[in-house]
Design a protein around this ligand. Structure first.
Ligand code: SAM
Ligand code: SF4
Length: 326
């Protein structure tokens, strides 16, 4: 069992497969000509599997693949198939561009839920955010997943003045589609130009939706980081990930392994533990994992405050989101 000093048991591992991506979302990537980590410094497929096995032996029940864009990695299929053999719930967060070609592998590995990032339903705005003209490809891949009865969750990062005006359009999408929209509060990371006035908070999101819809809270699972709601008459549902204004730290069970094999005990931690180097030197990684999680801070990596107006984003010591693995 992997536990921290506050008695929180950690049984959910998020593995970043790469910091490479075929999109350029400005809120995630520090700059357009960002240098991706060379392949030799990334965990190789057998190393991902060896580390994942160590975590599973210690009680990890769920693994999420993320990135960067996990499905742009050339050996993604090999890694996904390998992880599919482990006795865990395997899920993935993706920008949705490579779903059509990877679907057989996802199904073979037993993946039943896919989170797709989609911040707008307008093709021009999609291009503005991602710098890629593939809105329709992502939309048709979402349909493909639904046709295959795979649960689809849509991640929408809400940014004031950019896409907050589309919140109701996303809710309307849930009327005849069994999808869950996850509205995410915009978070500060190294180089992402976060300012508090771009934040559209959980309460603002809910107030806006409740102008036109009746919302009913849904009881959340013990470690769920989203506040979930249903709307009577809608096939789908929505949830809000209120990391900035109402964090879920007290029940946190998450650990993050970066693509270069560093363990982060919190999304906002300022430190990390090098597991890959230890593994390559044939050292036992378990004591490193246990020590890292034991040293986890009580809330928000000890760096952020929920009074978000007073956050100085430049003073936060962290990686950019794309190099952490969201
Ligand atoms: N490429 C994949 C994707 O876009 O889904 C997986 C990696 S991405 C870093 C994972 C999630 O983090 C996405 O849903 C993305 O919208 C979210 N994200 C990235 N930067 C963020 C930020 N500054 N605040 C909130 N969410 C962010
Ligand atoms: Fe790439 Fe996902 Fe980051 Fe967008 S949010 S740049 S798709 S990793």
């Amino acid at each position: 069992m992997i536990e921290d000093s506050f008695g929180r048991v950690h049984d959910y591992l998020r593995i970043s497969l790469t910091d490479n991506c075929n999109f350029r979302c400005f809120y995630c990537m520090p700059e357009e000509d960002y240098d991706f980590t060379p392949a030799s410094r990334l965990m190789q497929p057998h190393e991902v599997l060896a580390l994942a096995k160590t975590f599973v032996e210690q009680g990890v029940k769920k693994i999420r693949l993320t990135g960067g864009e996990p499905l742009v990695r050339k050996d993604a299929a090999e890694i996904i198939r390998g992880l599919g053999e482990l006795p865990v719930e395997l899920v993935i967060t993706t920008n949705g561009t490579r779903i059509a070609e990877m679907l057989p592998v996802l199904i073979e590995a037993g993946i039943k839920t896919v989170n797709i990032s989609l911040d707008t339903l307008q093709p021009e705005k999609f291009f503005m955010i991602t710098r890629r003209d593939v809105f329709h490809q992502v939309r048709s891949n979402i349909e493909l997943l639904l046709q295959h009865k795979i649960t689809v969750k849509i991640n929408m990062v809400v940014m004031k003045g950019l896409n907050d005006g589309e919140i109701k359009d996303f809710i309307n999408w849930t009327k005849h589609n069994p999808i869950q929209i996850r509205f995410i509060e915009f978070m500060p990371f190294t180089g992402n130009k976060w300012t508090s006035n771009k934040m559209f908070s959980y309460q603002e999101i809910l107030n806006l939706i409740e102008q036109d819809f009746i919302t009913l809270p849904v009881k959340s699972a013990p470690h769920d980081i989203a506040k979930a709601f249903m709307i009577p008459g809608h096939e789908g549902s929505f949830a809000v990930i209120s990391t900035m204004t109402a964090p879920f730290c007290s029940t946190c069970n998450r650990m993050r392994l970066t693509a270069d094999g560093k363990l982060k005990n919190c999304l906002f931690s300022d430190g990390e533990t090098d597991l890959l180097n230890a593994l390559r030197k044939n050292e036992d990684v378990l004591p490193l994992i246990k020590a890292s999680i034991w040293s986890k801070k009580k809330e928000l990596g000890g760096q952020l405050i929920t009074n978000f107006e007073n956050i100085d984003a430049d003073a936060i010591k962290n990686r950019s989101m794309i190099t952490i693995g969201g």
